[in-house]
Design a protein around this ligand. Structure first.
Ligand SMILES: Cc1ncc(COP(=O)(O)O)c(C=O)c1O
Length: 398
């Protein structure tokens, strides 16, 4: 059966290849340690589960409005006003099946074939594939661990063309954990004022997961004059440990949101009705649960960072947000896929190759696992690094 050109061009996920191999080795009875998790290791807080159960018992089991339950759209708009300092109303909010569908819908309604998506690397791996599904051309803006993975505004400005339609920003970042500062966002806003054809989508899904001393800033709050071309994607998966609930949201100018609602009404319809009431309970409840999960990630992020900094030959930009670390391992002379493959084969440690995120020099480790698993993973990584003869000039490590 001939596949559509779109489907045939889809890249199979590198992440899944490693995960499948790890699973197979585990099934064969091998001792596998995985630092590849992309989701919180907490259960969804009880008051949120109870909100969904109450809704289910009360009959919230039917089709709802494609754009989302009105109370949830109102609550999201209120949260964006009070927590993020954004001036938005409920009509500018579309409730989606996770942050993923918010991005997918936005790319579909904004991008035409030939339009350019500007994508700072390292990036979350679904952005380029979704943009290509919309027919857009992906132009990657490289960065490196050596320069702290910071956004290079001069290089960004140099790559802007008349076809540049949308820039993707992700702060805190998956996979680097870099958190953009207020000054960086203000400088970006200045750049955007010079290029009126360029819109921006800010993926803020990790906004609550910050190291102590760091703050999250929303571009839309810092540059209200750009509101007509700023979009926000967020969701409940990471902050409230609700990955399986599939609730996210897209926010932006009403005309574009209207088009995204039309697309959603013709594709998936509303997000699971009673799940939306769980999300409503999350927003109406106290943020204490989020704060305490974020504090736990901070302790474990620190543990992972410190451990990585003690390993020879790695270049680490200490992550200040999300729950990953993304060290540059290129000193060991292996591509990221080969590095992860051999690491899994020899030490039973599963990491995600950086090539999947647009940087083949790096690998991604997650700290959304127990401290004991982090320590075990670090020990396995240390043994593996010690066994790569090319790095040690053919000798054993000191
Ligand atoms: C940066 C980033 N954006 C969006 C998503 C999608 O999240 P959701 O589970 O809400 O679809 C993820 C999930 O891993 C992510 O890491």
């Amino acid at each position: 059966m001939k596949l559509s050109a779109r489907a045939a061009a889809l890249q199979p996920s590198l992440t899944l290849a490693i995960a499948a191999k790890a699973k197979q080795l585990l099934a064969e009875g091998q001792d596998i340690c995985s630092l590849s998790a992309g989701e919180p290791d907490f259960d969804t807080p009880a008051f949120i589960r109870e909100g969904a159960i109450r809704a289910l018992e009360a009959g919230a089991t039917r089709y709802g409005p494609a754009a989302g339950e009105p109370q949830l759209r109102e609550a999201i708009a209120a949260k964006l006003q009070s927590h993020n300092g954004m001036a938005v109303n409920a009509n500018q909010v579309l409730v989606t099946n996770g942050g993923k569908q918010a991005l997918y819908n936005l790319f579909q309604v904004l991008l035409d074939p030939g339009d350019e998506l500007l994508l700072p690397a390292p990036y979350w791996l679904s952005y380029p594939e979704m943009a290509r599904l919309a027919g857009a051309t992906v132009r990657v803006l490289p960065s490196s661990a050596a320069t702290g993975f910071r956004l290079d505004l001069d290089a960004l400005e140099a790559m802007i063309s008349p076809r540049s339609r949308l820039l993707v920003l992700n702060t805190p970042s998956n996979p680097t954990g870099v958190v953009l500062s207020r000054q960086e966002l203000e400088a970006l806003a200045e750049l955007l004022r010079r290029h009126p054809q360029l819109a921006v989508v800010c993926d803020e899904i990790y906004e609550h997961l910050l190291a102590p001393g760091h703050s999250h800033h929303s571009l839309a709050a810092l540059a209200p004059d750009l509101a007509e071309r700023l979009f926000l994607v967020n969701g409940f998966a990471k902050g409230w440990a609700m990955t399986g609930w599939r609730i996210g949201y897209l926010v932006g100018p009403q005309a574009v949101i209207k088009a995204a609602i039309a697309l959603q009404s013709q594709s998936t319809s509303n997000v699971c009705t009673f799940a939306q009431f769980g999300a409503l309970a999350a927003l109406e409840g106290s943020l204490d649960c989020v704060t305490s999960m974020a504090a736990s990630f901070s302790r474990r992020r620190e543990r992972l960072s410190l451990g990585l900094q003690q390993l020879p030959g790695l270049q680490l930009v200490p992550p200040n947000g999300a729950f990953y670390a993304f060290p540059d391992v290129s000193a060991y002379g292996l591509g990221s896929m080969q590095f992860c493959d051999q690491l899994l084969e020899r030490e039973g440690l599963a990491l995600v190759p950086g090539g999947a995120f647009g940087d083949d020099r790096c690998v991604r480790l997650s700290c959304a696992v127990s401290s004991a698993t982090i320590d075990d993973g670090l020990a396995r990584l240390g043994r593996f690094l010690g066994s790569i003869p090319s790095f040690w000039g053919g000798a054993s490590p000191p």
